[in-house]
Design a protein around this ligand. Sequence first.
Ligand code: DX5
Ligand code: ZN
Length: 221
Amino acid sequence: MKARIAPSILSADFGRLADDIAMCVDGGADMIHLDVMDGRFVPNITFGEKMIGTVRKLTSLPLDVHLMVRDPENYFESFAGAGATGMTIHVEAAPHLQRQLARIRELGCWAGAAINPGTSLVSVREVVANIDLLLVMTVNPGFGGQQFIPASLDKIARSRHMLDEFRSNAALEVDGGISRQTIHDAWRAGANTFVAGNAIFTANNPKAEIDALRKLCLESV
Ligand code: DX5
Ligand code: ZN
């Protein structure tokens, strides 16, 4: 699978969201990442259904919705109805993970499972057949602009190994602190889908940054 770049609009300027989304599209983004936070699972609040619907009207790119919320199943129908293409839930907030993932697929979306830096990969082993995407968090979720946790590289490599072991085609996504400094190592470790907020939206030329990030995944060393 080629490297896919998913700009996170958490770092966009909401006052000129249409321009920022258009910039991502022009820059060749593969999907738009939307970070839903509820102030309970993570210590921050962002947005929900209305924002998903707004972004849906602004682009035909896939919408990669990352639910950092407790009781995520309460939102599945409304988010799917608003235009989510995929929904990723945290195993730490999903006691009935298998059923919850199956429900996301039933709604016609790709189903993702996310694990925090402190959560073992074992927690997703039993549901590999139920996921289309595995999200390995490379920061503790809640805020953009944090530092990539170096120990994540080993976890990405183990995740790649696990997906291969199960012959799973699930995307292996990383999220948090992805930049020109970190993306190549994450890619080499086996990730193929890269969320980036700060790196793209604070760049002098955000459009070119998307391409620069992707190119760093093509270099062999
Ligand atoms: C963190 C969010 C991320 C965030 C990434 O809780 O899940 O998607 O936007 O931001 P950067 O790329 O700035 O670390
Ligand atoms: Zn995210």
